[in-house]
Design a protein around this ligand. Structure first.
Ligand code: NDP
Ligand code: 2IT
Length: 452
């Protein structure tokens, strides 16, 4: 039998074991499958990884925590949510990754995100392991005081499992500066210690400049590098962006700065299409709408007299660049075919796992420049890593210095993926490039550290 076939049998066996051991966790299975397929050529060349059962070990979290989160609403009503923290892999540094508050959260979502985080964090070149957490709490429609009580209750359990050398959570969907603040306050009260146990902190109490902007900016820095590799750039390009939260907001700002035009934004109720472009006072409006008033994107269409498409996603809009920045599996095979038929040039995943496997396959087989999430949205966690460094040094860097470091990290991610693509002769396949580059770093660390 050819080595290729033997390796394929092995990864299929590991995949089946994961499915059997983690029943019903479909997003986790999806994330595992993609990585297993990508690393097959690596296993063919590195029997030492196979012998040490690195893959069997890497798909199993080091630790999984689930806990009760009781809290009281403004009317005295009692609610019980479930909290999660999956500490997936700490071979190259303390567990690091966000917290997601969304009603769809269950163990399978947290495990898919934690698994992806291992490789993403490795790609940044910074010493961070992979983890993820969150809750099925729905912050939508809750008052500030309700969100505060929930965050305090959540941290009342989480605090005993995290630490600046152990596990450092941050934000994700439904967790921004406000929630990080309430959780940090509770941690400090419980432990009587002011340490950098969360990132995305406020500027005046240990936060880093550029962290709010970092995921969106990093996405555009990486895309810019990839476009330059094709002899082009953002100037004059039309972009369709989904989502209207943290990642989408700053991706839009950076595209505007580079001379592109963003014509769509969305939330879970539908998308707006503004052919004039979401810039200047229109971008300011989105910032206030989403971060201060916490309203719906539909209001943008009413304010500026453009179209709102209820319950639809923006992928039918003709564009040069498509940037999914909302959530997992928000761009499927049919959406990909529509984008390709409409002449899309490049796709960059601001969200985690936004494209289905069918969509990725369509992009790759049609030679569409495709920046996969683990690389494309790594700027957020990279700047979290920079926040951790500043906390350890008890220093804070200027906006320009931090932004330059972020840009440098994104350029290096592009280089690492490109090197892998060349080594394994997979032209244009940045999915494999990202997965292999991240995997190699963690696998080697695990090998060096013995059977733990
Ligand atoms: P936010 O909570 O700030 O915004 C999320 C946006 O996505 C909102 O517009 C929200 O709409 C929309 N959305 C969320 N869930 C769904 C859904 N099920 N269907 C349709 N729309 C949905 O989160 P972020 O911007 O921080 O995160 C967006 C994505 O980027 C996520 O995949 C996250 O994991 C990823 N990411 C975030 C990083 C960060 O630093 N924040 C770093 C790397 C990746 P609505 O308000 O209606 O729910
Ligand atoms: O998915 C992600 O990388 C994040 N939500 C950011 C994680 C972090 O620790 O900054």
């Amino acid at each position: 039998m050819l080595i290729k076939e033997i390796v394929n049998m092995l990864t299929e066996k590991i995949y089946d074991q994961v499915v059997n051991r983690n029943p019903g966790e479909v997003e986790f299975h999806q994330a595992i499958k993609e990585v297993l397929e990508s690393i097959e050529p690596v296993l063919g060349r590195h029997p030492e990884f196979v012998e040490a059962k690195i893959v069997e070990r890497i798909v199993e979290p080091e630790r999984q925590l689930m806990f009760r989160v009781p809290w009281m609403d403004d009317n005295g009503g009692i609610h019980v949510n479930r909290g999660f923290r999956v500490q997936f892999n700490s071979a190259i540094g303390p567990y690091k990754g966000g917290l997601r508050f969304h009603p769809s959260v269950y163990l399978g979502i947290i495990k898919f995100l934690g698994f992806e985080q291992i490789f993403k964090n490795a790609l940044t070149g910074l010493p961070m392991g992979g983890g993820k957490g969150g809750s099925d709490f729905n912050p939508k429609g809750k008052s500030d005081t309700e969100v505060m009580r929930f965050c305090q209750s959540f941290m009342s359990e989480l605090f005993r499992h995290i630490g600046h050398n152990t596990d450092v959570p941050a934000g994700d969907i439904g967790v921004g500066g406000r929630e990080i603040g309430y959780m940090f306050g509770q941690y400090r009260k419980l432990t009587n210690a002011f340490t950098g146990i969360l990132t995305g902190k406020g500027r005046g109490w240990g936060g880093s400049l550029v962290r709010p902007e970092a995921t969106g900016y990093g996405l555009i820095y990486l895309m810019d590098e990839m476009l330059k590799g094709m002899g082009t750039d953002f100037a004059g390009k039309i972009a369709a962006v989904s989502g209207s939260g943290n990642v989408a907001q700053y991706a839009v700002q950076k595209i505007n700065q580079l001379g592109g035009k963003v014509v769509t934004l969305s939330d879970s109720n539908g998308f707006i299409h503004d052919p004039q472009g979401i810039s200047g006072d229109r971008w300011d409006y989105v910032m206030t709408l989403k971060n201060v008033r916490r309203g719906r994107i539909k209001e943008y269409a009413q304010e500026f007299g453009c179209e709102f498409h209820e319950c639809k996603r923006p992928w039918g809009v003709k564009c040069d660049l498509a940037l999914p920045c909302a959530t997992q599996n928000e761009l499927d095979g049919d959406d990909a075919k529509t984008l390709i038929a409409n002449g899309v040039l490049a796709v960059g995943e601001g969200a985690n796992m936004p494209s289905t496997p069918e969509a990725i396959e369509a992009f790759l087989s049609n030679n569409i420049l495709f920046a996969p999430a683990k690389a494309a949205n790594a700027g957020g966690v990279a700047t979290s890593g920079l926040e951790m460094s500043q906390n350890s040094l008890r220093l804070s860097w200027s906006f320009e210095e931090t932004d330059a470091k972020l840009k440098n990290i994104m350029v290096n991610i592009y280089k690492s993926m490109s090197e892998i693509i060349e080594t394994y002769d997979m032209p244009g396949n940045y999915v494999a490039g990202a997965n292999i580059a991240g995997f190699m770093k963690v696998a080697n660390a695990m090998l060096d550290q013995g059977l733990i």
